[in-house]
Design a protein around this ligand. Sequence first.
Ligand code: ADP
Ligand code: ZN
Ligand code: ZN
Length: 744
Amino acid sequence: MYVDISFPISSYTVFTYKVPTELLDSVQIGVRVKAPFGSRGSAQGVVVHRHERPNFEGRIRAIKEVVDETPIFDAKLWELLNWVSRHYLTPLGQVMRTAVPPKLTQSYSPPEQLMVKAKALSDSELAELEEKAPRQYQAVELLSQSDGSVPVASFQSVIPNPSSVFRVLEKKDFVILEKIPRLPDMADLTLDPVKKEIVFSEEQDAIARDLTRELAEKRFVPYLFHGVTGSGKTEIYIHLAQEAEAMGRKSILLLPEISLTPQIAARFRSVFGERVALWHSRMSSAERAWTWRQICQGTYSVVVGARSAVFAPLQNVGLIIVDEEQEGSYKQESPAPRYHARDVALMRGKLSGALIVLASATPSLESYYNQAVGKYECTRLKVRYGKAKYPKVYLVDMMKEREETDDYSVIVSSLLRDKITERLKQNEQVILLQNRRGYSPVMECRDCGWVEMCHNCEITLTFHKAGNMLRCHYCGLERQVIATCRECNGANLVLAGLGTQKVEDALRDLFPEARLIRMDLDTTRRRGAHVQMLKKFGQGDYDILLGTQMIAKGLDFENVTLVGVINADAGLFLPDFRAGERTFQLIYQVAGRSGRGSIPGEVVIQTNNADHPAVKIAAQLDLEKYYNIAMNERQELKYAPFSWMAKIEFAGNKQTIVEKRAESITRNLRNKPRFIEVLGPAPCPLERIRGNYRYQVVLKSPKEKDKNGSALHRFLEVNLLKRDKMNTQKGVSVHVDMDPVSLL
Ligand code: ADP
Ligand code: ZN
Ligand code: ZN
């Protein structure tokens, strides 16, 4: 017998091998094998085809070893990986490298944890316990509020020394103790033994029932779940996953960045306990491998994770929820496959007959469009749960503020300052957004206008106070701050622009008493740091939480009654067709963090562009109005969602060579349907990153002519793939980005 093997290399070729007799039984499609390969001796690849006769003439070598006893994915997932390979024009081996943990066979045994489960006790037993051993009674009481097994350690905060208490109870045969493997987890995502009572409102109930009915149909249905922040979407996700479990089906919940959303993961934990697995980028490779194998064995009902969790090897997937579906982080920018987890989720749903719920308070224009043209079903939650009302929003024109106060370096407007003071006085909490880290993003010379740039990338260096350094946020380059201009030797250098560190300084000056915590990439590098910070903020250890966009989503703190946006314009003028949409969504999202409890909230948005529709209409919280404007713009310019788009990117360290190759490939594109528009080649807006010059060609194929995008796809396939243009040649790499999210 012969097999074709796909290796994780950037070539589409599969390689044929002989199967030695002693391995005949263990070679199946989907198992990994070791085989002699190139000059490296041997490499690991996946069996993708089996056939009786070789379809290759020449010397055929034999595979050496079979790595997996059972296939590492089932037929449906295998089909999905093949679709990803085709759709994103990426060799299957490379798709595998993204989707499947590389070291699946690495030995790892997770630490164990002690779990406790309640037993039914009689009234007399309880009464006796209450009288004689109040602490044990308290433990039994608390335990009775959760069903299933609960980690003993999670009682730490409510009962002193819980393990000894439960050991005594076990001796009395009042509880069951057991040791189970501790799931790879984030630092501190323990269960909360006390569960919240959820009784759905009428509106919530109607949606839950509609979606459950769809779930029971066991067919592919894409749903846009457009619900304002705080309306109870997460509670509905939990409900649906429970329903799916009852039907014997598995669920996946995708979150834009799991380390930023520990609250949601913890809520799932409190319901599904050990039946939910987490899947995120901060796991070690051994933890990943272990979790993958556990998922293959069917241990879990739910997988909660970031982008790549869409490939989790669950069998019989009935439900995939994509939370905050508009988020750019669902798109893998590099390396290939440059896939979009939302679109992969939709395809997975199609293949396994699953309900796909795309949820957001601010849907992407794509999904908004698909819902409008009837491709997706749509359901809405228009009001916040309970007493929570949508906040009152103030827009502050910082241009005017500067003129009126004659203070051109003002960071916090007088309105925002007053509001913060007021909230602090009442012991309420404040969230402030400044979507740029560091101290100052620009160091420039007042005399000649020279600006310190990164010499690998075409961007300015950001000043960081710690270490007194200038740093590149793309490549990490660091430079000492200099005292004189490199251009004119003048000493008139200033730090311009605002980063979180500078805002922090300003706030500490204004509110010396306030307890302030800053959350950005620089303060959260340590594993578990996010969770710790949010936990402390949630407990009320801080008054003000200042941060980048990582604080804008998913947080649910009842005591936050004021949200401030320090500078709404960061990102507004990026040369990218989604800049406006992103700005709108960010402002709208962060506004949703205010007033989630019973006290009405307020939002103050500071801007230099008070008339820009993305800012102005976000402040009116009028989503439909903005989306209509944005839709018209996109339609006029033939951008997504009105066209299928692709980007061909060329990169290399010699500008002229990159440019030439981009031109020659573009010139030689053949058989172009007339309706496909080819723009470029032109230098990318970020012309150089990490020492590489970048050029791009943007392709647009209007949906009215190219219904499902197949014309565009075929065109690229024929010109690039079939003619083998996508290999790195003469120092220029060429790659295709289907459905690009950013054109920077
Ligand atoms: P979203 O995901 O839409 O932002 P959440 O699910 O986080 O909203 O709900 C906001 C808050 O309201 C949460 O604390 C949640 O537990 C609570 N909540 C929502 N619906 C209910 C309900 N029916 N009963 C009790 N609490 C609810
Ligand atoms: Zn100068
Ligand atoms: Zn750089």
